[in-house]
Design a protein around this ligand. Structure first.
Ligand code: ADP
Ligand code: MG
Length: 612
């Protein structure tokens, strides 16, 4: 891989909940952005043709739930049928797209998960360019170990739409191990436990002589801190219903507010033994209780125990007993929960390693990988494994596996198949992923046809099917009829993915590129958006007077004045920046307002009006 000496390659942790970037600085890997600013909540607010990303978008979630998209990583490379369990929890509209993909219907447009992720990547890239003062066009992006081919492709496409050449897709646990410099260990077996907002996975790695090998991975792409938030919401809303004896459902704005409130309570309970919950229901009715850490642990236990079960399975798959684990690495915000550290310590029989901030460790590791690709470090070889078995449909609806799960990648396997009918001139090849024996129980990755075969009796053709997984975990399938020499050059479009043309079109239509489009239209959009932000700030100042201290108030006044001054001009980038600055300066205000919103949305309505 050739890259120019001073070219920056970003390492990006594109998280379900939070995203962030790091780079390989002269002194080693460094996260971009200081303190809490480093984490960009993976939330996008789309209103009147403008996109806001991150903390400002998260604050908009309460006021505009239908226009605020979060957890988009859960939609990546998935079809509507895969998402049946999710949709009830997502306040925005998810609809069927082409090729069994989904689209999000938001702000009068239909956007693919790839385009939405590209908006987040564009923001991360923009911030990095601002911080480092240089244009950036290349990146390494991490994905959960459990991501299948379609999900990895979707991530790669998102990068392209954001104008980034994605040099590598790296498994998150592998990145975490790299961040810890565990490649320097002589001979060690390491468990990487990653409990984030939307996904959980655990991987058993082995390091020897500077070579990493992932022995096994296990996990659940539908298990994370969000589930704990929902458990708390269920507890609270259940108790409200019990206590007030009325059927009560909540409108979207209230659900969003409850979500943020539940998360804040959960986070408080990681540091404190108890947290007070108070919700004003109006008409003199109030819901009040104290949740202790013990009560939260009881609530969280079923989810935590699922992760512990996965740890045991990962050890089984790797053929390692707890005594054979030398290090345990904690990754993901949810590993800040004391019970999680305790239980993980118990299952592996070792005190987990928490030296690096679990929110940042994956991005730092991606930066180490970027450093290797950029030529800063050449001393390492990385091996990963494929998380699920891959094969093709054979006669009678059986799954014929070519590559078994937990095979080390890059890898290649081939097998010879034949025809079942006389004179067959074409065969259909159906590519599958999964552990089950029947096609119906496996996931279809795509189909293709090997056509133009000379007619032969049944059983005579020798059709060699070759599977190759490259270093990025992307699957290539090829079929050759060996007697006739007939070779079909085949490209699989994952059945949950986008076609090449679609990606091209999305690159053209990209929101993120709109930023560079210095058109009058862009200026009009920005003026509208700025007008809305200024109005929202005025309103918030009136709603929560005294929320800002003097320094915060001055910062906000300055930012607002600067934004107003720029609105008359014609420099969209400057306006965008000023708008972002005003948004950031208003963040303490929006937070204060968010605390107030929960009681305000519910207050003033009769309980039976609260339902939808
Ligand atoms: P992801 O990798 O899924 O984007 P992160 O690793 O950033 O997620 O983790 C986000 C999750 O961590 C959220 O569910 C958040 O509520 C949770 N979290 C962050 N800090 C804490 C904490 N102190 N205690 C408990 N959970 C936390
Ligand atoms: Mg993560």
């Amino acid at each position: 891989m050739n890259t120019r000496e001073n070219e920056i390659i970003l390492g990006i942790d594109l998280g379900t909940t939070n995203s962030l970037a790091a780079w390989y600085a002269p002194g080693g890997p460094e996260v971009i952005g200081a303190g809490d600013d480093a984490l960009v909540p993976s939330v996008i607010a789309l209103e009147h043709g403008a996109a806001t990303v991150g903390t400002a978008a998260k604050a908009r979630a309460v006021l505009n739930p239908l226009g605020t998209v979060y957890s988009v990583k859960r939609l990546m490379g998935r079809g509507l049928a895969d998402l049946a369990d999710e949709l009830g929890f997502l306040p925005y509209h998810v609809v069927q797209g082409a090729h069994d993909t989904v689209r999000v219907e938001v702000d009068g447009r239909l956007l693919s998960p790839q385009e939405l992720s590209a908006i987040i990547l564009g923001e991360v890239r923009h911030r990095a360019e601002q911080a480092l003062g240089r244009p950036i066009a290349k990146a390494v992006i991490t994905v959960p170990a459990y991501f299948d081919d379609a999900q990895r492709q979707a991530t790669r496409d998102a990068g392209r739409i954001a104008g980034l050449e994605v040099l590598r897709i790296v498994n998150e646990p592998t990145a975490a191990a790299l961040a810890y410099g565990l490649d320097r260990r002589e001979n060690a077996t390491i468990a990487v436990y990653d409990f984030g907002g939307g996904t959980f996975d655990v991987s058993i790695l082995h390091v020897e002589g500077g070579v990493f090998q992932v022995l096994s991975t296990h996990g659940d792409t539908h298990l994370g801190g969000d589930d704990l938030d929902r458990a708390l919401i269920d507890l609270i809303t259940g108790e409200i219903r019990d206590r007030f004896g009325e059927a009560l459902s909540f409108p979207p704005a209230t659900r969003q507010a409850l979500r943020q409130f539940a998360e804040a309570t959960k986070i408080r309970l990681s540091a404190e033994p108890s947290a007070a919950v108070e919700i004003d229901l109006g008409e003199g009715r109030a819901y009040r209780r104290t949740i202790t850490r013990g009560q939260f642990e009881t609530l969280a236990a079923p989810w935590v125990e699922r992760t512990i079960g996965a740890c045991r399975e990962a050890m089984d798959a790797a053929g390692v007993a707890p005594g054979g684990i030398d290090e345990v690495v904690m990754v993901g915000g949810s590993t800040r929960i004391p019970m999680v550290v305790r239980r993980v310590g118990e299952v592996f029989g070792r005190e987990p390693y928490t030296a690096i901030d679990p929110d940042r460790v994956v991005a730092l590791g991606a930066a180490v990988q970027a450093g290797i690709l950029g030529g800063h470090r050449r001393d390492m070889l990385l091996l990963d494994v494929t998380p699920l078995s891959l094969g093709i449909e054979t006669l009678g609806g059986a799954m014929g596996k070519l590559i078994l799960r937990n095979s080390t990648v890059p890898c290649k396997a081939s097998e010879v198949f034949t025809t079942s009918a006389d004179g067959q001139t074409s065969v259909d090849i159906h590519v599958l992923q999964g552990e089950r024996e029947l096609v119906a129980d496996c996931r279809s990755l795509g189909r293709f046809k090997l056509a133009g075969l000379p007619p032969m009796p049944a059983g005579a053709p020798r059709i060699r099917v070759t599977f190759m997984i490259d270093a990025n975990g992307i699957l290539h399938v090829r079929a050759v009829e060996e007697r006739s020499g007939r070779t079909a050059s085949i490209q699989i479009t994952p059945s949950h993915g986008l076609t090449g043309e679609e990606v091209q079109r999305m690159v053209r239509e990209s929101w993120t590129h709109a930023r560079e489009d210095m058109t009058a239209h862009r200026m009009i959009d920005l003026r509208n958006e700025a007008g809305r932000i200024l109005a929202a700030i005025d309103k918030a100042l009136a709603n929560v007077p005294g929320a800002l201290d003097d320094a915060q108030q001055r910062r906000l006044d300055d930012a607002v004045a600067r934004l107003k001054a720029l609105l008359g001009g014609g420099d969209p980038d400057a306006v965008y920046e000023a708008m972002t600055a005003a948004n950031e300066a208003a963040a303490p205000l929006t937070e204060a307002q968010m605390d107030a919103v929960l009681s305000r949305t519910v207050k003033g309505r009769k309980l039976d009006e609260v339902g939808e």
